[in-house]
Ligand binder design. Structure first.
Ligand code: SER
Length: 880
């Protein structure tokens, strides 16, 4: 078999299925459109609506090399030859077109004739009773019967999850030879070892499983296949593991050279570099697809992967942030096919840099925690670090168990593995519970069923805010009803509508529905299943029934205000790119009638000058009064025109391109003004950071912008009024007031000092002499310990040998200080010992050194009594 590179194999696959009439698609993003899963886990995920028959495909055959991410086996990455987080899945798909009879021979021909795998090393598995597949393998392909294995549901039945499309499958195995075998006599197809390697999974997608376990046939018979590119490359390149293929090796070499270790030097080093090579791919692609570090959701997965990679780097001596240094190698390997790596290179690099440096600081805290825990163990004479501590380090600080163990070993203790495992297990359970919840929440049955029946609701609201329609369905309390009457809350589905359903950041319309015998106030409009529009309304008068003719009128003034804010969002987006740079990317938005919120990637707070410049550019564009052009086109054409890319692009569909000529072009389904001048003006009213690398801007357009400006200037006038003068003079006046305040504060401090000195004079005059020592005692109402110390110091400087004991009374307690000067100490006096007795008499404790001591007491009413003990204590210690 001829050696071929990973890049070559990918291209061969795509070209082969193109030859077979399939449309080649660029990989879809790692963020799936399907809300029930976090990441794209297989090539078929973006095509799910086509399998379910919810959407009609442009063509019936497709082929992709899909970016996939799976984290369920993350602990195995680097330990086995084949586990990865990020991988590329080669897949060919048929939507009701070809089926088993073609899919099996296609796979066979591609692997044996194009790639050159030896037919006599190939095996197939089929689902238990799938005689049809058996016949095709045996009669059409010519595989002998003993090379076809029947297997059960676990191996040969594929489903995307507990609900959704599924079907029996057939897998192709390749015998890598004796050298790869586990050596057991039972070793054959299906064995866990690497000899009979499963290379390709052909799924005969025929069924749909529902939440209640019901399985129904899909509208059509489909094909979904999946072959890991990394695994295919390993077979073709005769590599002992995926990591030794040309898809990974350069990353491994780069990591080794940064760390100064040799691949193959030991299991610890090898595992670390494999994990790093795996994770850097995942990180770069996740960031390129718009994921940013966060404490939940996808962002949390990103953060965890980054921390794992950074930690394992530490384990092999990479003490400083290093991930970003792997980017040139990764780009060289993969940017040829995945241009997003190039396009978003600066964002990827900045996120890696910022997040890894941040993590370095967290690591220090983690190390400190570990040190404290180990010290605590030593104190108690124990030597096993509890599992909970190791888990906390793992969970909060990202310390892999091995690292904790290693540090423990250095300090002569060990780790409670069992306890650690228990904590991990408990966390997995929690995650599983959360996962279950997530799937059941997205199965919004009533709406999905309705959508199946009625399809997308035609939207007339781009051109009009009013229109006639017929009521197709009514829903109350989650159930379909035939009518609803006065006072009832009801959801209304129409055959067409001018109401915009919440989406793309733009909030839903409000307005009125009027029937012959009814009037409904629409409080919100949403699209709970695809583009099925649901008007959330309350019946204000009469009764509405399915079949009624109604007139819908959107609150036009509110809609106009929303349109202004929506176009303003596009303008703001472009202005931010112009001022801050091309790394600025939208990560979320909210478009409302009174404000807009825009979240975007950027790594530092905006400087005042930057905010002003963004406002200037935006308002210049508004004044230019450029007409907006809206057109429907294809995704590729929109991208050619420089349209801002969004993450959750749908396949095969027309896109709506909103452009402001010469300024911006963006894919968007929202409602916009006719020309930029309609916006009036735009003001940024707030800017803040909302997570690592994401900033948020709140801005206002149209009348709300004017109202904001008016409010601000009213406040300035108010301030000017208080200061007495014109508002342009206010800053000067405030500076003058601040100066004056500073002067007054200084004067006050002087007065206080003078008063204190007067006290000191009084104290010195009143000093008693006890056994040759000058003894000064006094108590002050409400003084701070600082003041006590100052008074004490002054007395000490003016008398000798001297003992001063002072008390400050306040807040239901008393605080004491005692000071003895050097001569007094030479005469045997110990401030700490004396103070201990004094404090005891005032219901407290404390003590200190011979020269200086502090103590507190809980019985302030005893202060005088306590101070009165001092002379006696002095004479006692002198004689003692
Ligand atoms: N969906 C199947 C898998 O993930 C085949 O593409 O294995």
């Amino acid at each position: 078999m001829q050696w071929r590179s990973g890049n070559e194999l990918r291209e061969m696959f795509l070209a082969y299925f193109e030859e077979k009439g399939s449309k080649r698609f660029k990989s879809f993003p790692l963020i799936p459109e399907d809300p029930s899963i976090m990441f794209t886990i297989a090539g078929m995920v973006p095509f799910k609506p086509y399998f379910l028959g919810i959407r009609t495909p442009e063509g019936p055959r497709a082929v992709t090399s899909q970016k996939c991410l799976r984290t369920n086996d993350i602990d195995n990455v680097g330990r086995t030859a084949r586990h990865h987080t990020f991988f590329e899945m080669l897949g060919n798909f048929s939507f009701g077109d070809y089926f088993k009879k073609e899919a099996i021979p296609f796979a066979w021909e591609f692997l044996t004739e194009r790639v050159g795998l030896e037919p006599d090393r190939m095996y197939a598995s089929i689902y238990l009773d799938d005689d049809e597949a058996f016949d095709i393998w045996h009669n059409d392909v010519g595989l002998s019967k003993d090379r076809i294995f029947r297997m059960g549901e676990e191996d040969n039945y594929w489903s995307i999850g507990p609900v959704g499309p599924c079907g029996p499958c057939s897998e192709l195995y390749y015998d890598q030879g004796e050298a790869f075998s586990c050596g057991k006599p039972t070793c054959t197809v299906g064995c866990d070892c690497d000899r009979y390697l499963e290379v390709w999974n052909l799924v005969f997608m025929q069924f749909n499983r529902f939440e209640d376990g019901r399985i129904e046939p899909l509208p059509k018979q489909n094909i979904d296949t999946g072959m890991g590119l990394e695994r295919l490359a390993a077979v073709v390149q005769r590599a002992p593991s995926d990591f030794e293929t040309d898809l990974f090796k350069p990353l491994i070499d780069a990591t080794c050279s940064l760390a100064g270790v040799r691949y193959g030097a030991g299991p610890k080093e090898d595992r670390a570099v494999k994990v790093i090579a795996d994770h850097i791919r995942a990180l770069a692609f996740m960031i390129a697809d718009g994921i940013l570090p966060a404490n939940d959701g996808r962002g949390y997965v990103l953060r965890r992967l980054l921390r794992r990679a950074a930690m394992l780097g530490r384990l092999i001596g990479l003490d400083r942030p290093f991930l970003v240094q792997l980017m040139p190698t990764l780009l060289e390997l993969m940017a040829g096919h995945y241009s997003e790596l190039k396009e978003h290179r600066s964002t990827i690099e900045q996120v890696l840099q910022v997040e890894e440096s941040r993590f370095n600081r967290t690591l220090e805290q983690g190390s400190n925690l570990l040190d404290t825990e180990v010290a605590r163990l030593e104190e108690r004479g124990e030597s096993v670090l509890p599992g909970e501590v190791a888990f906390e380090l793992y969970d909060t600080f990202g310390f892999p168990c091995e690292l904790t163990e290693e540090i423990c070993e250095e300090r002569g203790c060990s780790l409670d593995h069992e306890g650690f495992r228990r904590e991990m297990e408990a966390q997995r359970d929690r995650a599983r519970q959360a996962g279950k919840h997530a799937t059941s929440r997205v199965e919004k049955t009533v709406y999905t069923e309705l959508h199946k029946e009625l399809g997308d609701t035609p939207f007339d609201g781009y051109a009009a805010t009013e229109g006639d329609a017929a009521v197709q369905a009514l829903i109350a309390d989650g159930e379909r009803v035939s009518s609803a009457s006065e006072g009832q809350e009801v959801e209304v589905v129409l055959d067409r509508t001018p109401f915009y359903a919440e989406g793309g950041g733009q909030i839903g319309d409000e307005g009125v529905l009027t029937g012959e015998a009814s009037r409904l106030a629409v409080r919100n409009t949403v699209a709970p299943a695809e583009r099925l529009v649901v008007h959330q309304a309350v019946v204000e008068a009469g009764t509405i029934a399915v079949g009624d003719a109604v007139h819908g009128a959107v609150d036009a003034e509110r809609r106009q205000a929303v349109r202004r804010h929506h176009t303003a969002t596009h303008i703001l987006h472009e202005a931010l790119i112009q001022v801050l740079g091309p790394h600025v990317r939208q990560s979320g938005s909210l478009v409302a009638p009174d404000m807009l919120r825009f979240d975007f990637t950027h790594f530092a707070p905006l400087r005042r000058e930057e905010v002003l410049e963004v406002e200037r550019i935006a308002n210049r564009e508004i004044l230019a009064n450029t007409p907006l052009a809206v057109e429907r086109t294809t995704l590729d054409r929109a991208k050619e025109r420089g349209a801002k890319a969004i993450f959750e692009e749908k396949y095969g569909e027309e896109v709506r391109l909103v452009s402001i000529h010469g300024f911006s072009a963006e894919l968007c389904g929202g409602t916009h003004v006719d020309a930029t001048g309609d916006i009036g003006s735009l003001r940024i009213i707030h800017e803040e950071g909302i997570g690592s690398g994401i900033r948020r801007i709140i801005a206002k357009a149209g009348m709300p912008a004017l109202e904001y400006a008016q409010e601000t200037s009213s406040r300035l006038h108010e301030i000017a009024g208080l200061l007495g003068g014109e508002h342009h003079e206010s800053p000067e006046k405030i500076v003058a007031l601040q100066e004056e305040l500073k002067e007054l504060r200084k004067e006050l401090a002087d007065v206080r000092l003078r008063r204190r000195l007067e006290h000191v004079d009084g104290l010195i005059d009143g000093a008693q002499e006890v056994a040759g020592i000058r003894v000064v005692t006094a108590s002050f109402e409400g003084a701070s310990p600082d003041v006590l110390r100052q008074v004490g110091d002054t007395v000490k400087n003016r008398l000798s040998p001297v003992l001063v004991v002072l008390a400050a009374v306040g807040d239901g307690k008393v605080q004491f200080i005692a000071m003895a000067d050097e001569s007094a100490r030479e005469m045997g006096l110990h401030a700490g010992n004396i103070l201990r007795e004094v404090a005891k008499a005032a219901g407290g404790g404390g003590g200190g050194k011979p020269a200086m001591a502090q103590a507190g007491g809980k019985r302030p009413e005893k202060t005088d009594e306590a101070l009165a003990l001092v002379p006696e204590l002095v004479s006692h210690s002198r004689s003692g």
